[in-house]
Design a protein around this ligand. Structure first.
Ligand SMILES: Cc1cc2nc3c(=O)[nH]c(=O)nc-3n(C[C@H](O)[C@H](O)[C@H](O)COP(=O)(O)O)c2cc1C
Length: 523
């Protein structure tokens, strides 16, 4: 006789039958999967190891997420390791950004940068705030740029609307500029009232005519907005030199299509270069046309492969006069980021900012253009030491894309090209976007910018100078393969006119009386 009440026994019987049924269904499913895997020939692993082979794909997918939590050491992930990301998160939270016990950074590998601390640094009371810097003295509306760290170009399209809104508001709070990227100017960029750098990409989104060329009226209308302070002509970005922007069709929503002036739902692929810019002369012509149309400082963004064309550019500027020069040059690192780019271009095309930056700065210096053409550097400059190193090498400004993405909450899930970004930053899926509150994230963006400036100033003071733009190459040592460090100023000796080993364009400019103090910024 059963000791259980009849109703309990009936429930247990039902559960037991369900359990047996589930096992049977499971076995049938496994048999079906086995047959499917065995009969297909598209995937050798699944064919040779039916069913079990399927877990490989699952683990590859999940591995991207879990490696960073369980397996990777603090300093070993790419593109940004945990220590670098955590600095960004702490800086954006605005909480205590000190670490305990000792550095986890190995200072012996070759290439490691070490700053030269001063024996008697300036007293707290003598420290200076970084001063605003004027860009574009020959433009009708020169720009007095307040911040040396700013937000690099990321298009509305690559980024979601809440991400753009948060960046715009955050930039306003921190007093830095925000670059629109090549996707046009949206109402979201304007929402916070921050300074805007309008980027003209090769497809001229937002300012394109029916045949894909520059529409002067559309450009003038954008430049007339008081928030828009400069125009950047994008020749190339580090992640994909020689290739235009790529926005997968699923990310081209009706709204993004209307801002860009293209059809919705289809992939948005830009030409690999501006059709009207095929030489340094045409580059200067186009810069002049844009500067004239807009009245705004106009420069270009590129990634450096070789330096000859920069020499050629300087020569052409010397021939035309200093007013013809670009009002700034943005140099992106070969290992810069992107919403979507082919791997060979991302990995192996274009010099890193470490090599490109001093090279360009010295050519400008040799040609008397160092003061006329401010240099903006980008590429993995997301922590204070990286930014300080770029300033010491000769940059006047630093911009970052992924640093500000970390401030928005990016977890480096590497999903920017899939419309499935789990943090809502690079997806147009409303469900995924719902976790990104622009008001909350704006504060984090501002905190990140302020803290990076603050800690770069701290490095500058430790090196014995009053502010970051006074950092020079002799303030940085670089560890060599033999374990000893040498001064960056020995690796890239500061250039002066006397050191020029040939009749450079600078001498022509100097002969005209237009020479600038090149050595002043390169020493
Ligand atoms: C999601 C995303 C979108 C980007 N979109 C653009 C763009 O529209 N135009 C551009 O010139 N660069 C674009 N970039 C490149 C960045 O502006 C920047 O040059 C590069 O990522 C290096 O800076 P970082 O290392 O601080 O990210 C994009 C980068 C990312 C990550």
């Amino acid at each position: 006789m059963s000791i259980l009440p009849a109703s309990v026994a009936a429930v247990l019987n039902l559960l037991a039958s369900l359990f047996v049924m589930l096992i049977l269904v499971g076995i049938v499913a496994l048999v079906i999967l086995y047959v499917v895997d065995k009969r297909q020939h598209a995937d050798a692993i699944r064919h040779n190891f039916p069913v079990v082979g399927r877990f490989r794909h699952l683990f590859i997918e999940l591995g991207e997420f879990f490696r960073q939590y369980f397996f990777a050491m603090d300093r070993e992930e790419m593109p940004f390791n945990r220590a670098e990301r955590n600095w960004c998160y702490r800086a954006s939270d605005g909480t205590d950004n000190t670490i305990a016990f000792g550095s986890t950074k190995n200072l012996t590998p070759s290439g490691t940068a070490i700053f030269v601390n001063a024996p008697f640094p300036p007293l707290e009371t003598d420290r200076a705030e970084t001063q605003p810097m004027e860009i574009g003295p020959y433009a009708r509306r020169p720009y007095l740029a307040p911040s040396f760290h700013n937000i690099s170009g990321m298009s509305f399209g690559a980024l979601s609307a809440p991400a753009v809104r948060a960046l715009s508001r955050g930039a306003k709070l921190a007093g830095c500029w925000m670059n629109t990227g090549e996707g046009g100017l949206s109402p979201y960029h304007l929402e916070g009232g921050c300074d805007i750098v309008f980027q003209i990409g090769t497809a001229k989104y937002g300012v394109r005519s029916a045949d894909g060329r520059l529409d002067p009226d559309k450009l003038r209308a954008i430049a007339d907005r008081p928030e828009v302070k400069m125009v950047e002509i994008k020749l190339a970005q580090g992640a994909k030199p020689g290739k235009g922007g790529i926005l997968p069709g699923e990310k081209v929503t009706a709204e993004i299509a209307s801002v860009r002036g293209i059809p919705a739902g289809l992939p948005s692929i830009s030409p690999n270069r501006h059709p009207e810019i095929g030489s340094v002369g045409q580059l200067l012509d186009f810069i002049e046309e844009v500067r004239e149309l807009t009245g705004l400082p106009t420069g270009f963004k590129t990634v450096i492969g070789g330096f000859e064309w920069i020499e050629e550019l300087c020569f052409e500027i010397a021939r035309r006069g200093p007013e013809s020069a670009p009002d700034f040059i943005t140099i992106d690192s070969g290992d810069g980021g992107s919403g979507a780019a082919p791997m060979p271009l991302m990995d192996n095309v274009g010099l890193t900012i470490r090599e490109a930056l001093p090279g360009v700065v010295d050519i400008l210096g040799r040609n008397g253009l160092r003061e006329r053409v401010p240099v903006i550097a980008s590429g993995k400059l997301v922590n204070p030491s990286q930014v300080a190193m770029a300033l010491a090498a000769g940059a006047d400004f630093v911009v970052s894309a992924r640093g500000y993405m970390f401030a928005l909450g990016c977890i480096q899930a590497l999903r920017c090209n899939k419309n499935t970004c789990p943090t809502g930053i690079t997806t147009h899926n409303p469900h995924l976007q719902s976790g990104l509150d622009p008001a909350d994230k704006a504060v984090k963006v501002a905190n990140y910018c302020r803290n990076i400036r603050h800690e770069v100033e701290m490095i500058a003071h430790s090196c014995g100078v009053d502010e970051p733009r006074q950092l020079r190459r002799h303030h940085v040592r670089v560890v060599q393969a033999n374990g000893r460090s040498v001064l960056l100023s020995e690796l890239y000796p500061p250039v002066s006119f006397a050191a020029a080993d040939r009749q450079s364009a600078a001498e022509l400019v100097l002969a005209d009386g237009n020479g600038m103090d090149a050595a002043a910024r390169t020493g």
